[in-house]
Design a protein. Structure first.
Length: 108
């Protein structure tokens, strides 16, 4: 198993693991649901859903955050990475598309 994400909280560290180096569409959705459920259990708050269109603040923030992220869109086997799948789910076809959207819609 490969360690994918480490999230530090005030008093505990959470590590999420997934099977194999590449994550498939179903596995991505399953992991996303699990992380959302864990977040709700820990904080009592719910995360907002993905905004796949429009110019809402959360979508602009996501685009700006992911436009500046380092990392490939495909792994060594040619499979899309988690970054690529997240961008696709939020309605961006590439890092360049997210960066363009960010620059156009971010508040100055």
């Amino acid at each position: 198993m490969d360690l994918i994400t480490i999230k530090e909280e005030k008093t505990k560290i959470m590590a999420y693991k997934v099977e194999g180096p590449a994550i498939k569409e179903k596995a991505y959705e399953k992991q996303n649901r699990k992380m959302r459920k864990d977040y709700t259990k820990e904080t009592g708050k719910t995360l907002g859903s993905r905004q796949t269109s429009g110019t809402g603040k959360r979508r602009v923030s996501f685009a700006c955050r992911f436009a500046g992220m380092a990392g490939a869109m495909k792994d060594a086997k040619g499979e899309p990475t988690k970054k690529a799948m997240a961008l696709k789910k939020w309605g961006f076809g590439s890092v360049a598309a997210a960066k363009s959207f960010c620059n156009k819609h971010k508040e100055k």
